[in-house]
Design a protein around this ligand. Sequence first.
Ligand code: ATP
Ligand code: MG
Length: 750
Amino acid sequence: PSTPKHAILHGLNDAQRRAVTSDAATLAILAGPGSGKTHTLTARVAWLIDHVGYQPENIIVATFTVKAAREMKDRIGKALGNGREKKLILGTFHSIARRYLTTYGHHIGLSPKFGIADESDSRTSIERICKRLQLAVDPRAARMWISKKKAQGTEAAAKPTKGPAKPPSPQEAEFGTCYQEYQSHLEKSNLLDYDDLLVRCVELLRQFPRCVSNIQSVLVDEYQDTNGIQYELMKLLAQQHWRITTVGDPDQSIYGWRSAEIKNLRRMFQEFGRTERVSLEENYRSSQSILHLSMLVIKQDETRFDKTLKPVHDKGSRPVLRRLKSAAAEADWIVSEIRRVLMMSGSMMTHNDVSILLRSASLSRHIESSLGKAGIAYRMVGGHKFYDRAEIKTLIDYLRVIAQPENNVALARILNVPRRGFGEGTIKGLLQEAETSSLSVWAVLSKHCRGDRRSKTKITNVMEQKLSGGLLRPLEDIRKHIQGASGPDENPLGLVQIIEQLLVKLDFQKYLETAHADDHEQKWANVQEFIGLAAEFERDMDNSEEDFLPEIEGLQQTKEVEVLPRFLANVSLAADAQAGDEGQESKPHVTISTIHKAKGLEWPIVFVPAVYKSVFPHTRSEDDAEERRLLYVAMTRAQALLYLSCPLFNSNGNGERTELSPFVEPVKGSFLNKGPCFDRPVMQGIAKIIQRKLPPEETIFKGLPAMFSPEDNLFPVDPEEAKPVEGARAKRMRLQGPGYDGGEEVQWHS
Ligand code: ATP
Ligand code: MG
């Protein structure tokens, strides 16, 4: 191909270039993993701005995770090089919806000060409702049911069912009751849950299409995992110019359990008129053998639509499938493999190049403990998040009540932290009072404190006795901590100021010392880190356009300037990002993630443990095909080395023997069953992959493993830099000795 004139098109293959520059109104890029879908979408956004001339504030880009949004913005920023990417409306569907609702929600009667109920808030509220109403249903099932109802979207809900409507089963009737109660509780607390963000935004854009009259183009990554309501939202966002680009891969649809609908793909072709399709057929991510084996797995699904996917890389080492005695032995083996591979690679790779992908977060116990014993730093994506730590959660709850005193969920959690002598019973009583009366807990408390006699008619006698029996003072305390904590309305305090004042008022350090004698220092350090994050947020906010939506003539905007609600929304929506992820590079660490959260990402080395029946497919899942796709997504994250493993006995304590996953069983002969082969071609392949990840001016030659010398001429590098590593020969001898120190291997059919 001729060299493109435009820098944005450099290095793209023909199909990718066609997709980037296409002027079709609706464009669907359908292609397999690692084919550069996200890469192409990113380039297309840059192209639309730089070449076509769209204003960034008129473009919406939806990504699946907060992390992906951040990465995409960075890359577009680099391509444009003038900071204009800051104005893009780019984020997850939820954050885009939130932005529209804070700015224009008042048009549909939403108070702009709404808070966001995160998953744990929703779950707690539903549990409480089930208990209070003595419902027989499992609160978790109720939560799923409610979420499903909301996620289906209004179109699906409005669709007439065929034949006479079936009367709801007793269980459904209970779910329905729970739904109603839950919704009224959210309304009273002025909260929206994740699903509501989408539902209300759909309502807004239906009634006030002018909110999006400026939008020229809408682009969606990971389209195969959109659900009904997201599909509606996408259409509404694009309603003005009807220019939509979607990017997806049906083989990677793994959110069916959360109501994602593959049929949205078909709907797009049916509903959007002429849609241009582009398929990308080269896989730039994985070695040939990794890709080959992954394809063998996915091809077991005979109902799927086959696509071409050709590797551009060398053969590489065959993936490894290893059976070990126990989950503990499996974890130890993974750790010893990590060490061995990193040693083999010289300093070419670091712990950052390794990830361990789990079917469910609960499988991490042994792995975390083995990594810990070996002193290897790791991060658990979306696992035990920074914001989930008790001390941080408490502070966040205080901030939420400060921003929004009617937030009953948060208020209930902080009433007795630090200890103030409220018993469980009192707190429950207060909540119940609030729920049965039409008051928020805060209102109940406030009236008590003010000694407003008349209002007490709503408070039961029992409650009154409890509250007057010595609890009035602490109540007054809380109120003092919270009221006015964000400063006067006309001149609100800064975020860090609010937090610091709160810490003083609560005497938080002292509280940690007394309540958590063992680890109060660590907890206090976390609090300091939290302040650091808040400071960073405050600083960034001054020069970021995060919440910006362009002015539209004749449409009134609420300009949210207050930092506290913005910070809190950011915390609630960053469920998949972690504190410390951003900013300066942290020390190298292994990543542990669930497969669901690893979507779209890649690592040179990937481990997938526990590939046995009951995990793959999972006992809780009814959709085997989706379970198989999940394994496929995991395997296709790997660039150079892929390891599957399986303990002989299952780790849940009942000591049952495991059976190899039926997805792996038919192809197990294609795996190696010891360590990978590290011959020269394999090492060369790895070196190329790593080199590709580095900025062009950097070369990995310095860190190449000892088996290479400058004469290998792997890359055109400055010969000065290509000096062989010190003592290379000696090191090589050591590394290539018997070497393999993996856990004890067991036979497949022993
Ligand atoms: P997934 O389905 O897993 O989301 P994807 O199709 O979005 O994968 P990308 O993540 O965009 O794939 O690309 C995979 C890798 O291939 C990335 O490292 C990307 O930089 C690289 N890549 C994509 N296109 C090219 C190209 N034309 N030349 C070189 N590298 C490329
Ligand atoms: Mg992608």
